[in-house]
Design a protein around this ligand. Sequence first.
Ligand code: NAD
Length: 482
Amino acid sequence: MNESTRTLFIDGQWRPAASEGFFAVENPATLETLALVSNGSAADASAAVDAAARAFPQWSQTPPRQRARLLRNIADLLLDNKDRLAKTICLENGKPMAQAHVEVEFAAEFFCWFAEEGKRMRGEIVPSNFSAKRRLVFRQPIGVAVVISPWNLPLAIVARKVAPVLAAGCTCVLKPAEQTPLSAIELWKIFDQAGLPGGVANLVTALDPAPIGREFVEDDRVAKISFTGSVEVGRLLASGAGKRLKPVSLELGGHAPFIVFSDADLENAVEQLIASKFRNTGQTCLGANRIYLEAPIHDAFCERFAARVAAMPITGGLEDGALIGPLIDSAGFKKVERHVKDALDKGAVCLLGGKRAMVPGCEKGYFFQPTILKNIREDMLVWQEETFGPVAPIASFHTEEEVVRSANALRYGLSGYAFTRDLGRAFRLAEALECGVVGINDGVTPVPECPFGGMKNSGIGREGGWQGLDEFLETKYVTMAF
Ligand code: NAD
């Protein structure tokens, strides 16, 4: 066990919490304690905002090319330390090592992308109707940004938010998820090593997020809140911020429809479904949650899919070849159990799995078998709420109109997928699905170059692309007479 009670990073210094308290981080595969980290409070959050506010004038004036050089250093250091970082992700989050390696590369890509985007914060000169007047539009960093991140991609989601903050010339405070603060601590060590000036990026680890969330909402020096997590907490933060007219970016999960038409390449659809559904043991906001199979291919697809999923190895994570790891914690495990039981009680048929998985050497871990359920009805919890686990619920459909109506029926709108060889139908689906990200014959969508985010209850704002930088910029119109 690694005992470190100085895990707050404020004003360029590692510090203990004001209370000197700490909390344990657990490996979800074994329930062993991995480390003790500082238990920050609202007072620590306020000190971190102080530091970020003091650092803002100088960082916002630092030339974009100089900021870009630092961001590229950070990307290089992430890749140089890939194995160590992947092991940290794997141990605290439970995702298999191969997926943890991909997460480190993905995180580095965000620093590379935003290093360059930061140089392109272009303004405008708008034609004037008066010869002695000029109309200018400036884009300027918004100020101190607060980032609150979840546990499911403990490095990459932080990178996706903090890289544009830094590229825009903003300063920030991160509060990482209490289940997975160790990846963020590693990232902050890299910031320090890369030479990021003190106060530009501050870190507050904490067990109880509520008082810190309130502090961020109420502190007028915080110009922006960027959050990824549940709809409930997103709503809470947005309503507090709304009272103070403080802008928010929210990424709140989804309930992705995954629609397979009879004319699709079924082999590709099965492989893409496996990637979409089981990556991170089903704990992703983009993952397929409602699988719609056109009636004529329903049985053949289920058979192929079940045969492939049955062969997926479940392990404690660090071993080579693992595809499925443990769920994040006891609450996550119980939610998956409750959703599966509800579906079975209401008449679903279990084609595979359905129970706790026993993994040798990890008997206490939160492992759930990869599960396939068919004969799903719309009133089942798996069809209404995010299960956030390795559960694939399947229903069949007969017409394009019927499936589009059903796919759009929920208040979620993050991602959706459709598989077809019919070009006209592909365009119709891409346009009709009410979600921010659509995959046509493609189950793996996120890249740093493209905007990612949701419609409806799935959120506000976009991450990645040039849009990701825009979330941390203000637009100022200047008229100049001479
Ligand atoms: P959560 O919303 O409770 O936690 C996400 C982050 O918000 C964490 O850092 C947490 O400490 C913080 N937080 C929680 N309450 C807060 C408050 N009152 N003020 C400020 N910050 C607060 O999510 P969870 O409990 O970890 O997961 C619950 C469900 O949320 C999951 O089952 C899943 O459906 C969804 N989820 C979605 C994503 C995503 O990628 N969109 C990620 C994680 C969880």
